[in-house]
Design a protein around this ligand. Sequence first.
Ligand SMILES: NC(=O)c1ccc[n+]([C@@H]2O[C@H](COP(=O)([O-])OP(=O)(O)OC[C@H]3O[C@@H](n4cnc5c(N)ncnc54)[C@H](OP(=O)(O)O)[C@@H]3O)[C@@H](O)[C@H]2O)c1
Length: 245
Amino acid sequence: MTQDTNKVAVVSGGSKGLGFSICERLADEGYRVATFSRKGSEAIDGLIARSEGRVYWQSVDIADATQLADFMRNVRERFGRVGYLVNCAGIANEGLLTMMKPREISRMLEVNVTGAIALTQACSKQMMVGGFGSIVNVSSVVGVRGFKGVAAYSATKAALDGFTRSLSKELGSVGVRVNAVAPGFMETDMTSELTPQQKARIVRQTPLGRLGNVDDVSSVVSFLLSDASAFMTGQTFVVDGGLTV
Ligand SMILES: NC(=O)c1ccc[n+]([C@@H]2O[C@H](COP(=O)([O-])OP(=O)(O)OC[C@H]3O[C@@H](n4cnc5c(N)ncnc54)[C@H](OP(=O)(O)O)[C@@H]3O)[C@@H](O)[C@H]2O)c1
């Protein structure tokens, strides 16, 4: 169980979408939340303004090791040791694989996989010293099922699921849990280019009859960070209204 009275959470990609919802929820639950993205947003500025110093944001490109190290230093100085991590930052370049530019593919790997692994390495060292921690990786239903037009993106998300399983075996003995959440399609900027027809098709294929929203997923992330899930590690939890059943 957690012995942490100063709950410090790092959330990547907190300026909008799912990452923002996670930051807002964790701040409401009493965590100190450190987050980053390349650009700021009115949403994160508003949360910082009402958080009484409990939320910190910095401009960081997760693919830049120097910026990431600077962020980790600032978080340590401001909040102390990190006990919780949500790897949420991600990009999705869609298109048939044969038509994609190599740079688009390598950028997705740098952000979604290499960046998440580097951030996890930095945070998990602090968790090991503290003797506890919980990590949640945001993967996707495309990592567990095939969908046309997202082959390279799917590879990055399946990579996170494999990372989750193996890392849980490395860190379990020191009290650190590692899980993943695989959302279905949520209404965020990432899915804003889906046509009404595409959205209607997804809704038809979803037993619960709607697209997901960020609260559907941030509530599960919060559960997985908390002691309510103290005996769960190494798993990927699909949150998709039944789409992939
Ligand atoms: N939306 C969906 O239907 C869906 C479904 C399954 C899984 N997911 C996953 O859920 C996560 C969040 O998605 P979302 O829909 O909330 O996306 P979103 O609204 O586009 O937000 C993505 C966040 O990641 C940040 N980010 C992107 N590239 C970054 C970089 N290089 N360095 C630092 N931060 C970066 C963005 O800020 P900046 O652009 O300013 O850097 C933003 O804060 C992603 O991992 C995504 O793959 C989404």
